[in-house]
Design a protein around this ligand. Structure first.
Ligand SMILES: [Zn+2]
Length: 77
């Protein structure tokens, strides 16, 4: 992993939530609220796949509930 001076490419941002950046060395940083998680690109791809599977596992009722809560608080637990 590189130091904090390394320029990271921003892959995605979500206002009020966080962002995902890529370091030239291949490290992906997931920034959510005040938390940053760094992982290798291959690990990030597994995380993304895992999140996608989790989304598919949510039924429509839970998704509706999540959208209703979204405006109140973007980050919980
Ligand atoms: Zn790096």
């Amino acid at each position: 992993m590189c130091d904090e001076q390394t320029v990271h490419e921003t892959l995605a941002t979500c206002p009020g939530l966080g962002s995902i950046t890529l370091c030239p060395c291949g490290t992906v940083s997931l920034h959510v609220g005040g938390i940053s998680v760094r992982m290798e690109l291959s690990a990030y791809m597994q995380v993304a796949k895992m999140c996608h599977i989790a989304m598919l596992s949510l039924d429509n009722q839970v998704r509706t509930m999540a959208q209703a809560v979204h405006n109140a608080s973007a980050v919980t637990h």
